[in-house]
Design a binder for this molecule. Structure first.
Ligand SMILES: NC(=O)c1ccc[n+]([C@@H]2O[C@H](COP(=O)([O-])OP(=O)(O)OC[C@H]3O[C@@H](n4cnc5c(N)ncnc54)[C@H](O)[C@@H]3O)[C@@H](O)[C@H]2O)c1
Length: 473
């Protein structure tokens, strides 16, 4: 710990109590303002800043690795002992982060992980990448941001930059995080620097990853923005400053709301095309030939992942507190959450045409992750579809190369399913449902060995042999 840092405890020792205006302190601050900025800017520019990441998941680990690759010393902090152990032994648990990179950075002393939050006292910057789920009532749950911030506050010191990355509602940085900092008697923009920078990582995307996805940054003050931009510019190809933390928070929510609403539209178009007897996939692909003014979105069995089903509800919740009803979000959410039910109804109708019922049928789900070629199961519609089919009396099995085991919660308790091998798993099934179109599947083999296939992803688009057995969403 460098000696010239003003630690909170030193403030207290000097009689500078938090939240109490103190004219002596005020004038001293005035003299010191430039000093803390210049010091941190110099540490960042010379890549000597010791940077920290709280939360080493899908967002935090790739960011930690990029910052370490940029030559900075990185300490990752996580409450999950398994993750900490994995990183320190040079092993990655995130598909998009190669273990070889983690191992090399750990060996070179540029990346270390810990469960001990007192490491914060040594850090010049800290980026917070903890989850922001929904409560059972579908309201935002920012408790993990707040518990991470409590730890930051305990070890806060002047000259520190804090960047919140977790997706959250506009105003969180100013209304929830900033007061935690100021309660410690340190001034934002003068002694401590605070910004919001949304992560845009798209797990499994072979083209865009943390380094080449432009990063938005909005600070609580222009100085906060500048310092955060200078840090991220070391590791990310393009950094885009915006005028405030609230703007940056809103940018992220616009991006994800845009997706949720357009997927909702595609899902409703699928339902309408079904009524009309038109193939929705053909309609969308033909519309997408228009070189301007149209962007294709595709229907599917329902939304999944930690972002699209959740983030728009952060925005609508915030707007509700301002007496505004975010109608597009509500409508899209309604349509998207009904899609697993729609899939199950399609299965019921297809079985009915064969004088069969879901009750007593053997149904194999192909792919259970929330999207193609990733292992992530969070909010996956496959889980809802399995639950609904079991409720109606089906015997459900599944196959997924990324998930050997699947835990299904139900009112009767938890059960564990195990992935079956193909093509053996296809035998004697009454219906095969393609829920996640992993590239590893052999779709011709699936159709060849089945009597009925419901394809919710257009994964069988190229298949002609046995086409009569395939029903599309
Ligand atoms: N996954 C994505 O594709 C994605 C994309 C963009 C933005 N985001 C946003 O980024 C944030 C993090 O998402 P994620 O997917 O990385 O989540 P994750 O669950 O993969 O990782 C979060 C990590 O934080 C740790 N953690 C939880 N509480 C903690 C605490 N108090 N202190 C320290 N560590 C703690 C967990 O153990 C976990 O390792 C969320 O707000 C999410 O909305 C996610």
């Amino acid at each position: 710990m460098s000696s010239n840092r003003l630690k909170v405890k030193n403030n207290k020792r000097a009689g500078l109590m938090p939240n109490k205006p103190n004219t002596t302190r005020g004038s001293a601050l005035g003299r010191r303002t430039g000093e803390w900025v210049a010091r941190l800017a110099k540490l960042i520019q010379s890549r000597k800043a010791h940077v920290g990441i709280i939360g080493l998941g899908y967002v935090g680990l790739p960011l930690a690795v990029e910052l370490a690759k940029a030559g900075l010393r990185v300490t990752g902090i996580d409450i999950d002992a398994e993750k900490v152990k994995a990183i320190n032994s040079g092993r990655s648990y995130i598909q998009d982060v190669p273990s070889a990179d983690v191992a090399r950075l750990v060996r070179e002393g540029r990346l270390v992980a810990t469960e001990d939050f007192s490491a914060l006292a040594e850090l010049d910057t800290v980026s917070i990448c903890v989850p922001t789920p929904l409560r059972k009532t579908k309201d935002p749950d920012v408790s993990m941001i707040m518990s991470a911030m409590k730890e930051v506050a305990r070890h806060l010191h002047a000259g520190m930059l804090i960047v919140l990355e977790s997706t959250t509602y506009p105003g969180t940085t100013e209304e929830m995080v900033r007061p935690e900092v100021e309660r410690q008697g340190l001034s934002v923009g003068r002694e401590v620097f605070l910004a919001f920078s949304p992560e845009r990582v798209d797990p499994g995307n072979p083209t865009y990853h943390t380094k080449n996805t432009p990063k938005i940054i909005g600070g609580c003050t222009p100085t906060c923005t500048e310092l955060a931009v200078s840090l991220y510019a070391l590791a990310v190809d393009r950094v885009i400053p915006v005028s405030s933390s609230q703007t940056a928070e809103m940018v992220k929510l616009l991006e994800n709301t845009f997706r949720a609403i357009n997927i909702g539209l595609a899902n409703e178009v699928a339902i309408m095309c079904d009524r009309l007897g038109v193939n929705v996939w053909e309609v969308i692909d033909a519309a997408a030939t228009k070189p301007f003014g149209f962007m294709p979105f595709y229907p599917g069995p329902g939304l999944g992942g930690h972002c699209i089903p959740i983030d728009p509800l952060y925005l609508s919740w915030k707007l509700k507190t301002l007496d505004y009803n975010a109608r597009f979000i509500q409508l899209a959410s309604e349509i998207n959450t009904q899609m697993p039910h729609y899939v199950v109804d399609k299965i019921a109708a297809a079985l009915n045409d064969r004088r069969q019922s879901i009750n007593g049928a053997g149904i194999l789900i192909v792919g259970v992750s929330y999207k193609r070629d990733v292992e992530d199961l969070r909010e996956s519609p496959a889980l809802d579809i399995i639950r609904l089919l079991r409720q109606r009396g089906a015997t459900v099995t599944y196959t997924d190369p990324y998930n050997a085991e699947l835990r299904i919660e139900s009112p009767q308790g938890e059960s564990i399913l195990r992935s079956v091998a193909l093509p053996e798993g296809l035998a004697k099934q009454d219906c095969i449902v393609i829920v996640t179109d992993h590239r590893a599947f052999n779709y011709q083999q699936i159709v060849d060995h089945s009597s009925l296939v419901l394809d919710t992803r257009n994964a069988t688009r190229a298949i002609t042999r046995g086409r009569e057995k395939v029903i599309m969403l």
